[in-house]
Structures are given as C-alpha cells and as structure tokens.
Design a protein around this ligand. Structure first.
Ligand code: ADP
Length: 472
C-alpha cells in the first residue's frame, strides 16, 4: 500500500510539538511493515535542509490568487529518516526558517497544499491514501473532491488526523480567490461560523477522520473549540487511534543525547547519575524528588497554574521537592515563572526556550513528570517519561486518561488527578513525595514502567486497517 502523509512538521526535519514526533515515526513503522510510506512537507530554510542532500523530482508553477509562484519538489536522497521524504520549496512564500507565526501563514500553507495537489496530480498513478495532518493540510480533501483540475484524484481516499482541534486555521472569505477553481455549489463545505475553516472543511470532506486518542475523540463531541456539532454530525466516520512513540529514537539504553545510558537492570544507577548532573547544572538538591514539566507554556497545558502549584507545594512540603521547568510560550507565564524562581531559587529551576537534548536528559534524570493539562489530545511526554523510568503525574484528560493508570489502582504506575486546578495538582505533588519516600514501591514502579510498550506497532497497524477499509 502507498501512503502519502502531508504535514507541516516532521521530526527531525522541523519540530514544534508532538505532530512532528508522530509524522516522523508512524511512516517509519508503516515502511517496516512493508508499505510505501512517504512524507511531504514544506522546505523550511532550516538546518536539516542545508545539512542533507536532495534531488529535484518535480518543478512547476502555480497561481495563488493573482500571484504566480514557481515551486520545486525535492526528495531526500540518503533515506536518513527511514522513509521517503519530499520537501516542497516555494521561493517567495515558503522560504523562511520558522514553521508557524508568519504574517502570511494562510497563504504559505495554502500555497503548500496547492503545490502538493498539483504535484500528485502529475503522478502516473495515484497513492492508495493521502493522510492529512491537522488544519495546515485540511484543504486537501476538499480540493481533491471539488477542485476542477484535480478531477482524476477525486477517487483518492483521504484521511484527516486531528492532532489538536484548538487550532483550525480559519481565514476570511475575502481570501477565497486564493483557491484554485472548484465547483462553487460546494462552497458551503469550506464554511464554519462565517469563515473559511480548513479543519472543518477537512472533517466534512475527508473519507475518514481520526484523533490521536480514543478519549480525545469522545471529548471532542462535547468540546471541540466550536466544532462539536460538526463532529457529532460526522461521528460515523471518526475514530480515535492512540499515538505511539518512536522507541528507536527514545531509548534510554542507546540515546546519544544522554551522558549515561541505562536499561531496566541499571535504571537506578543511570537515573541517579543523570539526576546528579542535572541538579549540579541547575543548582538543585539531588536528595529531593525532582518533578519536571516540559512543553509549551500555554493555558491548554495548565502552564498558567505552575507558578502557584510550585509556590504552594514548596510551602506545604517544607521545601521537600524540587521543580525543573523546560518550555516557552506565553510571555506572561514565562515572566510569572521567573518571578517564582527568583522567590524560591532552590526549589525551582527554569529553562525558557526549546532544547531537544535537554528534554531527553530531563526525562532520564527526573523522578516525576507533571502534566496538569486542560487539553491533551494524546500527549507524548508521559510516554517518553515512562520509557525513561520517570513516573507521570497527569490530569485525566484525552490521551493522558488512556495511557496512565494510578498507582493506587490494579496494575497502576502513575499519579492521576481529576481537575486542572492548583488544589488537585498540589495534592498530586504530596502523593509524589509520599511515593518517593517509600523506596520499595518507588523502585518497583520504576522498573515496571521501563518495560511498558508504547511503541507504534499496534497503532500503525490500526491505521493500515483503516486505509484498507477505504479500498473499494
Ligand atoms: P504538543 O501539544 O506540544 O504537540 P505533545 O505532548 O504531543 O504536545 O508533544 C510535545 C513534544 O515536544 C515532546 O516531544 C516534548 O518533549 C517536546 N517539547 C515541548 N516543548 C519542548 C521544549 N521547550 N524543549 C524541548 N522539547 C520540547
């Protein structure tokens, strides 16, 4: 089977969050299962582009409204990712380093999608499925179905995976002229709440819609940032497939980003050594339980609660825990965290920014990972933490609900709490301290979680089954 994944991110080419990890891993597993899995994404002007070799496989031009753009499709030649990688280069439009946050993101991603459709339209054959990820690729199912120039692709099955329904990419009707001509009777397919909404259009037009965990799918039916009614209407074609993790990249026994590697038998020594190094670097007491937070500093992740959670927990436990926060995002949250750190420098260390290697070291060196998320479609951090023997403390929502069992329950290994509130999270911190002090249980849990299997094997097959069901 030939699968073409279309995405704005793919690890290690360009990563902002979990989307990249998924698109960097799922095709690899599909490829290993004997399928032809390809990824096409924008050619950002980044390190990956300059450090790898590419061949030009397609050259063409396209109209985006009144503007004409030349574009190239480049293929990575050394198969460094373990599957075929194609980059769409559009000089004058898609030639910046950053992934998101440009003033013309609507035009950039529309241009990318039109170029992808134009390119696939030129293939001698059709892919068995086009798998679109998030709203940046959400116009593709619509264009293939109703765009006049893509009529030969109208029977190509499309799958949309919603990695996060909070972001929908809406833009005004004044930009309708940017789209290639399509059957105007179908213009309503683009509409949601008076705007062109790429995520809504994809939910309407894709053959199947998946989300990244079964619980998130259920939650979206009552809370999808305005798309609840649409998802309820289309529920028959939706399903939740839990993300996996790339256990080859995330492996404490061989991770090149760690100074000390370890296995289930050497976990205590390996984690202790890594924690010592971290505590030395960040000036924390290694005798105390180390609780980390890694992620975007935004309200959805519960990051706005962190300053109070940290302040109150230090007070309640008599400074018997330490926190390390790695992330960036909302400037006000960053500022409040800095204030908390200045107030309690021995209890909180901060790294404001993005640092992949440090993230690996934190998963390895920490005792607990805190995720007080309000919204967590799947969440990969808790699975990375488990893989590295770090106990997750999670608010039960989305994928966190599907992947973490409380250690008080049968077969449990983590700490769960119900509300994304300061009260509930501080209670979880007190439970973490209690668990840390009970060394026998703590060490037993550590050994258990290292052996849990969160690899893509099962979920990659679920996607294959889904694609197969679309073949007539
Ligand atoms: P998101 O909603 O951001 O996609 P996920 O849990 O799905 O959340 O994925 C987050 C990914 O991004 C993980 O691989 C995590 O380690 C990584 N990450 C997030 N913030 C940072 C950061 N500041 N530095 C390094 N890695 C980060």
């Amino acid at each position: 089977m030939e699968i073409l994944h279309v995405s704005a991110e793919c690890y290690p080419v360009a990563k902002v969050g979990g989307l990249a990890d998924v698109v960097g891993a799922l095709p690899k597993y599909q490829h290993d299962e004997g399928h032809v899995a390809k990824v096409v994404m924008p050619a950002y002007r980044n390190k990956f582009l300059s450090e790898n070799s590419f061949e030009l496989v397609h050259q063409a031009g396209m109209w985006l409204g009144h503007d004409w753009y030349h574009f190239n499709v480049l293929k990575e030649t050394e198969n460094v990712l373990g599957f075929d990688l194609y980059l769409v280069d559009i000089p004058g439009l898609l030639d910046k380093e950053g992934v998101y946050g440009h003033y013309n993101d609507t035009e950039r991603f529309l241009g990318f999608q039109v170029a992808v459709c134009d390119w696939v339209n030129e293939w001698q054959h059709q892919p068995d499925v086009m798998h679109c990820h998030d709203h940046h690729t959400g116009m593709i199912p619509f264009l293939l179905k109703y765009g006049y120039k893509y009529s030969r692709l109208a029977t190509t099955p499309t799958v949309l995976t919603i990695h996060n329904a909070q972001y929908q990419g809406q833009f005004g009707w004044d930009k309708l002229y940017l789209l290639p001509s399509f059957d105007l009777w179908k213009v309503g397919m683009l509409d949601w709440n008076g705007a062109i909404n790429p995520l809504a259009a994809a939910i309407k037009c894709a053959w199947r819609v998946t989300t990244v965990s079964p619980s998130y799918m259920q939650e979206l039916l009552s809370n999808a940032n305005g798309l609840e009614a649409l998802l309820n209407y289309e529920v028959g074609k939706t399903s939740g497939i839990l993300n996996g993790i790339d256990t080859k990249v995330w492996d404490p026994s061989s991770d090149p980003m760690l100074d000390v590697n370890y296995t289930a038998t050497t976990v205590e020594k390996g984690k202790k050594e890594t924690k010592l190094r971290l505590c030395e670097k960040f000036n924390l007491d290694p005798a105390l339980p180390l609780i980390i937070f890694i992620g975007r500093l935004v309200d959805d992740k519960g990051a706005d609660l962190l300053p109070e959670i940290i302040g109150r927990s230090l007070h309640e436990t008599g400074n018997k825990v330490s926190f390390l926060v790695l992330g960036s995002g909302d400037k006000h949250i960053e500022w409040r965290l800095e204030q908390t750190r200045n107030f309690a420098p021995s209890g909180l260390a901060l790294y404001i920014g993005y640092n992949e290697a440090l993230a690996h070291q934190l998963y390895a060196g920490a005792d607990f990972l805190l995720m007080p998320s309000r919204v967590e479609p799947c969440g990969l951090n808790q699975m990375y933490a488990l893989r590295y023997g770090t106990i997750p403390m999670v608010r039960v929502t989305g994928g966190l609900k599907d992947t973490v069992i409380d250690y008080g329950d049968k077969g449990g290994f983590g700490i769960r709490f119900v509300h994304a509130s300061i009260w509930d999270t501080c209670h979880a911190v007190r439970r973490a301290l209690e668990l840390f002090e009970n060394r026998t249980t703590f060490n037993r849990i550590r050994k258990t979680i290292l052996k849990l299997d969160h690899s893509w094997n099962k979920s990659a097959q679920e996607y294959i089954d889904l694609y197969t069901s679309l073949k007539s």
